[in-house]
Design a protein around this ligand. Structure first.
Ligand code: SAM
Length: 423
């Protein structure tokens, strides 16, 4: 087993849940070594293709391999050995012609804050030391200057660090320093193209960020042969991500004819833009339907997973008052319970629902949709993920077993819930 680091995106709880869900679902043997709000270190079986893995995740921005480590009590010469040209050439640098490009990033994996700031303050010195060490061995190298502790994946890609040098990643844990090199960064430009580059976007009714859509599909843990449904498909963001992930049987529905037309056009655009996706292997159905009549409209009772961002209430341009929030919650509760009544008819036994509920913050209090018991009465249970107890405390689940995906708008958050149909 080799050790790999996974640098997490903006919502670390969901990112870690996604990693574990994918490893479990694809039967990739793994062991959690360390988890923090910034990174996860996992042992993975030998045969894992990191180039394939990075394409799956929405919540992981870099993957790399751990190459060295030293304890805090170790002699400083151990640290110098790691940064020596011979060690870097042997383990970190690819064979390149011409000038090497490198950069250093420092991440926290449960380390002491003081130590973290100490090593961060030495970043410039470390960069110069590496440059000098390499020069002595005849390698001309330049490094990427940074203001913060770490390089963005955009910067790693733009500076060609992986092909033409290295991103040296230093992870600070409680007892030791781990050193690794980045192997792959997230395909951020593809995510962005599928978000802002597609032809039809309906900002008024809201668009789910593609990376969040991706994470929701992954935490549903369903087979790629199963039928996947988004009953509030809007302009089709979630369906696009399902296609890219290789889900072959896809149904999208929405009450609005315009939404169905937008989804259709966006999917056509997707197949044109990403030529590696072969349209003929996908079986896709788009249906205009009110979620309250879903069963009679789609006449399908073998859905493997429903993954959706439903209608989240009227757009909020200002901080809502308590009465406005209560009214929205009451209207949405009725709509969502109608939806779950239909879901119970069309889902396979053991089928999954991964869904977003809105959650409002007023004067420091969070207001949730209080319909979990009604959902249980309809034959669903909260899906419990297999996470080793010693690590589950590192993930912030709400008391309701959900995860909050924070948005930039302070008074509005997305709550991510995962259910399984039990009868
Ligand atoms: C927040 S948007 C979904 C956005 C979508 N996830 C995307 O990224 O494009 C909610 C969608 O729910 C649809 N909708 C509202 N009420 C509905 C109902 N009763 N049945 C089905 N769809 C409904 C709206 O037409 C809208 O497209």
């Amino acid at each position: 087993m080799k050790r790999y680091f996974f640098i997490l995106g903006r919502n670390p709880d969901l990112s870690v849940l996604e990693l574990i869900s994918v490893f479990d679902n694809r039967t990739i043997p793994y062991k959690i070594c360390l988890v923090s709000r910034e990174a996860g270190i996992f042992e993975l079986g030998e045969k894992n293709q990191i180039s394939e893995l990075i394409k799956i995740f929405g919540g992981t921005v870099k993957i790399g391999e751990i190459m060295d480590e030293i304890g805090f009590s170790d002699d400083y010469s151990e640290f110098e050995k790691i940064l020596s040209a011979s060690n870097l050439i042997k383990k970190y640098l690819p064979s390149i012609e011409g000038k090497a490009h490198f950069g250093i990033s420092i991440y926290d994996v449960g380390g002491d804050n003081l130590y973290l700031s100490k090593i961060t303050s030495q970043l410039k010195t470390l960069n110069i030391q590496i440059k000098d060490n390499l020069r002595e061995k005849g390698i001309h190298a330049g490094f990427v200057k940074i203001k913060n502790r770490f390089l963005s994946s955009v910067s790693v890609e733009k500076n060609q660090l992986i092909n033409k040098g290295m991103e040296l990643v230093i992870l600070v844990s409680k007892e030791k320093l781990l050193f690794g090199k980045s192997l792959r960064v997230q395909e951020f430009s593809d995510f962005s193209l599928r978000d802002v580059g597609r032809p039809y976007r309906d900002k008024k009714s809201g668009i789910i960020p593609p990376k969040l859509a991706r994470m929701m599909i992954n935490i549903a843990q369903v087979d790629r042969g199963d039928i996947l449904l988004d009953p509030f498909c809007g302009s089709g963001t979630l369906l696009q991500e399902a296609v890219v992930l290789g889900y072959k049987h896809i149904i999208g529905s929405d009450i609005s004819a315009k939404a169905i037309a937008d989804t259709k056009n966006n999917l056509n655009w997707l197949f044109g833009q990403f030529q590696e996706l072969k349209r003929e292997i996908y079986d896709m159905n788009l249906i205009q339907a009110d979620v309250s009549n879903l069963y009679s409209s789609i006449k399908e009772a073998r859905i493997g997973a429903i993954i959706t961002e439903p209608y989240l209430g009227p757009p909020l341009s200002h901080k809502p008052g308590i009465n406005e929030v209560k009214e929205t919650i009451s209207n949405l509760s009725r709509l969502y319970l109608k939806a779950f009544t239909q879901f119970s008819k069309i889902l396979d036994p053991d089928g999954r629902v991964v869904i977003i509920f809105p959650c409002f913050e007023i004067s420091g209090n969070l207001f949730f949709l209080d319909i979990l018991q009604d959902i249980r009465n309809l034959g669903f249970e909260t899906h419990h993920y297999k996470i080793d107890n010693s690590w589950s405390s590192y993930l912030k689940f709400t008391k309701r077993g959900s995860i909050i995906y924070s948005s930039e708008i302070k008074f509005f958050q997305r709550e991510i819930l995962s259910f399984v149909k039990i009868k």
